[in-house]
Design a protein around this ligand. Structure first.
Ligand code: FES
Length: 108
């Protein structure tokens, strides 16, 4: 089981906007929605854009380059639900946002 990593303070996140953080070489996009922090892979599987810079609406982020859409709660590609990107557990301890990197076998 992986450890949780402290990645930022909750005050650094803005409601409805994404933020990229790094855990080692892995880039993660954080999204604060209704006070809950969601974490998915930041790198779009199409051509590598940063999803944290995408347009967020109704829990779905639209990639800023070619508009592929991903649900931030579970990483599902909104236009093809059989495909997912990584989605990671988040907890907030005090004002520390902590992320646990999901191993590939944990994904559904
Ligand atoms: S890089 Fe994301 S849709 Fe093309």
């Amino acid at each position: 089981m992986s450890d949780f990593h402290s990645v930022c303070k909750i005050q650094e996140l803005q409601e409805g906007q994404g933020k990229t953080i790094a855990i080692g070489h892995k880039l993660i996009a954080l999204f604060l929605i209704d006070g809950t922090v969601n974490a998915i892979d930041d790198t779009c599987p199409h051509m590598g854009a940063s999803l944290s810079g995408g347009y967020l609406e109704n829990g779905i982020v639209t990639c800023p380059w070619h508009a592929w859409r991903f649900r931030v709660t579970d990483g599902t590609w909104a236009d093809n639900p059989r495909i997912k990107i990584g989605c990671h557990q988040v907890r907030v301890v005090g004002d520390d946002v902590q992320v646990q990197i999901a191993s590939p076998e944990k994904r559904t």
